[in-house]
Design a protein around this ligand. Structure first.
Ligand code: ZN
Length: 272
């Protein structure tokens, strides 16, 4: 599932591809891909609007439209955005291409989603969808981060995954951050010492920043809008590496289940 670094990579790539483009036509082939408004209204409202910015909030892509409105996209499990440049051979559309935007200057942006969990939202105010999301991990201050953990009796991993607390982390980067900080995923947040909290804050920032520099992690489905895979899968320390030696101490990485999520950790570096 794309997490913050993958969505950020897509946003950066799309910025160079679609900013300034005006929508000539749009097509919705699987109506439920559009969460709001109704699909025919979605198509009618998009035609003639120009994309003026591409941003990201948590795991949402946020496309700013002129003269008004925002197109928000959440890719969930297997959603992909595929950009087709003007003059390029049209992509063969398979049965998983659920929405397409065609631009006035030629070219297109296709929303492709094999498992169909992703959604598009066309709204007047992004807060209609984004309201309630927690802090951005790369924008929170150390004090804000510490305040999120303080007095919370929940286990640290489910807490970090909770998008209402901290927004953008998923299973991969949570496991990598906890390993880097030497914090066991089952530790209760309110039992972490100040030094643990500060190491975790730095670890999350470093893990996310490195993953963005590596253009995201492709384990299976994630692709950039040009179809390329990310490179960060080669840098993962514990995620998906059960039985392999911990890069820090050599102990075998363990896989356990925490709150129904497969979780990877080093029993030596992350003691409970
Ligand atoms: Zn270790």
């Amino acid at each position: 599932m794309p997490e913050l670094p993958e969505v950020e990579t897509i946003a950066r790539a799309l910025r160079g591809q679609v900013v300034g483009q005006a929508v000539r036509a749009a097509q919705v082939r699987w109506p439920r891909a559009v969460a709001t408004p109704a699909p025919d209204e979605f198509v009618a409202a998009l035609v003639g609007r120009r994309i003026t910015a591409v941003g990201r909030r948590a795991k949402f892509l946020v496309l700013t439209l002129a003269p008004q409105g925002y197109l928000l996209i959440h890719l969930r499990m297997t959603g992909r955005l595929l950009y087709e440049a003007a003059g390029a051979d049209p992509r063969p559309l398979d049965g998983h291409t659920h929405v397409s935007l065609y631009f006035q200057g030629g070219g297109a942006l296709h929303y492709h989603d094999q498992r169909k969990f992703g959604r598009l939202y066309l709204v007047g105010d992004p807060d209609e969808v984004l309201r309630g999301l927690g802090l951005e991990p790369l924008e929170a201050s150390p004090e804000q981060f510490a305040a999120l953990l303080r007095a919370r009796r929940r286990q640290i991993k489910p807490l970090l995954l909770d998008q209402h607390v901290l927004a953008g982390l998923g299973n991969i980067y949570t496991d990598e951050s906890l390993w880097r900080a030497g914090v066991h995923p089952l530790r209760r947040a309110d039992t972490l010492a100040a030094a643990d909290v500060s190491r975790l804050y730095e670890a999350i920032r470093a893990v996310l920043t490195e993953a963005i520099a590596n253009k995201g992690t492709t384990l299976r489905d994630y692709r950039a809008p040009n179809g390329e895979t990310g490179e960060n899968q080669w840098s993962l320390a514990v995620y998906g590496r059960a039985g392999e030696p911990c890069p820090r101490c050599g102990q075998a990485v363990q896989r356990v289940v925490v709150g129904s999520r497969g979780t990877h950790l080093c029993p030596q570096c992350q003691s409970l």
